[in-house]
Design a protein around this ligand. Structure first.
Ligand SMILES: [Mg+2]
Length: 360
């Protein structure tokens, strides 16, 4: 039997915005167009902030305007308590909102808890119960409702079930960068050790949990220019910011020194995606993991090795659309990791064909 396949654009069209808050549908305004009207500075607001929510609500209002509807309520589907939870709370300050946040945890019995209008579940399949709750609460999925679907680890690569290939794409990209910059001196194991160490929450204050910075720091550590044990300087508070870390790195190999210059420049501009070369490879590696294996491959292997559309979210979104709701894809995934560079082939991630696969 063959797998079902589809792409997010089948449901969303180009009603999608990646990290840069530039809707893919050119008729919709983005951060650049809304900045002045909303009294925001030049710096791109980050997911979870009040400013981010204000931009998103204006984009949704414009999308509703295109079809002669008003924005009365928002339903948000995501996968992280912290980022998505904060985004829901910030949106809720502006428009009535309900949320569903899931991460599959097959090791424990199905469970959901409700807090502040948000359902937290340990099964993606519980989204059906969320739908029932909305109905019981008289929070309709009608033409006045915008359904925001987070992309990364929600619409595809479901957290806890199919997120490993999403991470694998990122690690493969990081290793390709490392191999090209460090050449023969690239020590794969040392790099992986440094990457794992730097992903630890105790370094979040320093990396901002930004994968651009985590990967670059891991490259520096594995090059030997800043040995892993020197990271104690970070834990001890002697090196507080990433900029301080960059200036503390001495004797970098030429390729890394050049990258450091680029990253310093991007950080100084407030660019949240300073390591563009890495993100472009992440895009290639992510796309390469979509609809990779032939029909007939066991679903367990597909879920372990390729990135698929989350059937439960796909069906929820389809149902919402049928009832008249606006669907909008929103993600913090950098544009560079999601859209091919100008003049290059390849689909943006929301137009990439994937298998549609759920839990069993
Ligand atoms: Mg996500």
């Amino acid at each position: 039997m063959g797998y079902r396949r589809g792409c997010l654009a089948d449901l969303l069209g180009d009603a999608v915005a990646y990290r840069g808050l530039r809707p893919q549908d050119p008729r919709l305004p983005g951060f650049a167009e809304l900045r002045e009207e909303l009294g925001l500075g030049g710096e791109l607001p980050r997911k979870g902030s009040a400013e981010y929510a204000r931009v998103v609500v204006r984009i949704l209002e414009a999308a509703q305007g295109l079809r002669g509807a008003e924005l009365r309520r928002i339903v948000y589907v995501g996968d992280t308590r912290h980022n998505d939870g904060r985004t829901i709370a910030a949106l809720g300050e502006l428009v009535p909102v309900r949320g569903f946040i899931a991460a599959e945890d097959p090791g424990s019995p199905p469970r959901m808890e409700v807090s502040g209008g948000v359902v937290y579940a340990n099964r993606w399949g519980l989204i059906g119960r969320f739908l029932e709750r909305l109905r019981a609460e008289d929070f309709p999925l009608d033409e006045g409702t915008a359904v925001i679907v987070d992309l990364d680890k929600t619409a595809f690569g479901a957290r806890g079930r199919n997120s490993a290939p999403v991470d694998a794409a990122r690690i493969a990209a990081a290793e390709r960068i490392a191999a090209s910059v460090l050449g023969g001196e690239f020590d794969r194991e040392g790099f992986q050790r440094a990457y794992r160490a730097l992903n630890d929450p105790r370094y979040h204050a320093f990396t901002g949990d930004n994968q651009d910075l985590v990967v670059f720091a891991a490259l520096v550590v594995s090059s030997g220019a800043y040995p892993l044990r020197r990271l104690e300087e970070v834990s001890a508070g002697k090196v507080r910011t990433f900029a301080e870390f960059l200036s503390a790195c001495e004797g970098l190999p030429p390729g890394l020194a050049r990258l450091r210059g680029e990253i310093e420049g991007a950080l100084a501009r407030g660019d949240p995606t300073p390591f563009k070369a890495f993100r472009r490879l992440e895009y290639e590696e992510t796309l390469a993991r979509m609809d990779l294996l032939p029909d007939g491959t066991p679903p367990e292997r597909v879920l372990a090795e390729e990135i698929v559309l989350t059937a439960e979210v796909w069906e929820f979104a389809g149902e919402a659309r049928e009832r008249g709701a606006l669907l909008f894809g929103l993600t913090d995934k950098p544009d560079e990791a999601s859209i091919p560079p100008a003049g290059h082939g390849g689909s943006p991630l929301h137009r990439a064909v994937m298998k549609i696969l759920g839990g069993r």
